[in-house]
Ligand binder design. Sequence first.
Ligand code: TUI
Length: 328
Amino acid sequence: MQEIPQLKTKLTEMLGIKYPIIQGGMAWIADASLASAVSNAGGLGMIACGNQKPDELRKQIRDCKEKTDKIFGLNVMLMSRYVDDIMQMIEDEKIRVITTGAGNPGKYIPHLKELGVKVIPVAGSVAIAKRVARVGADAVIAEGMESGGHLGEMTTMALVPQVIDAVDIPVIAAGGIGDGRGMAAAFMLGACGVQMGTRFLTAHECTVSRPYKDAILSAKDSSTTVTGSMAGHAIRVIKNKLSRQIQQLEKHGGDPEEIVKLGVGALKRAAYEGDVEFGSVMSGQIAGMVNKEESCREIIEDMMRDTADVFRNRNILMAEDFGKDIQA
Ligand code: TUI
């Protein structure tokens, strides 16, 4: 058996994890099954709080503790009406690390720091990254608009280096990363790790509905689109009847409240009930290269081997070949 390459970075050191890979906090999808599998494989597994009721969430946390003795975290979707309950649960359940999305976690950070919880907010712009760094975030995830779900306006390639220049905390890259080439590129931009969501959607341990997995497996590069930009809630999804209906309404000046209503419950409909035509099939742009189902361990180990190969084969060759005619 070939050794799996390890890479010590500020992220692996901060959390005591083996590999610098965080699993994206996918609402209604990332549960104890996925999170424990990712953590057991050496990454950082995350349970997504989404809009889940606190009791359901507590069950997931307890279940995850049964399934792994490794560190795992919670992803807190800050638009959830249960945010205050979740913050209490983080304390009660002794959660050691959280990521946050869809809002500014600033007001919660001082208390979380007192508890010793590592806080890693997702930022889609330099302004938000600076704001969270100022109030004490331990690291920041710079997420480009190649990612699935709720988005900013920047691409990963442009955002990551600008965030790195703007803050003194470790930066993790997200959005559009699905294999070793993307992970190697993230390191080249100066990131100390990656967050991946889409590639984990087809993991054996991912409990998302069968039709949702099939939609990812059959997607091509141009299968995703963005809805909701006009209402300020841009969301990347796989194109389907719902996305086309929303875009028609947007184009013809539909009532923003009506449009938002169409989106309510749509993710759960796709993720749980398997309605991939009238549900919201959130996915990143890399869905086109996710073509097989694997275990989380296979995904993570493949990422590490592939990243090492890219560094070995491509960059060293490139460095030697500078100044020559390169047949890339
Ligand atoms: O949060 C995400 N992606 C998500 S959350 C989600 S659940 C959802 N479901 C239905 C409708 C809406 C959301 C699905 N995908 N990514 C991280 C992310 N955070 N992207 C953008 C942001 C963000 C936005 C605003 C971070 C901070 C922020 O701050 C605003 C401010 O004023 O400070």
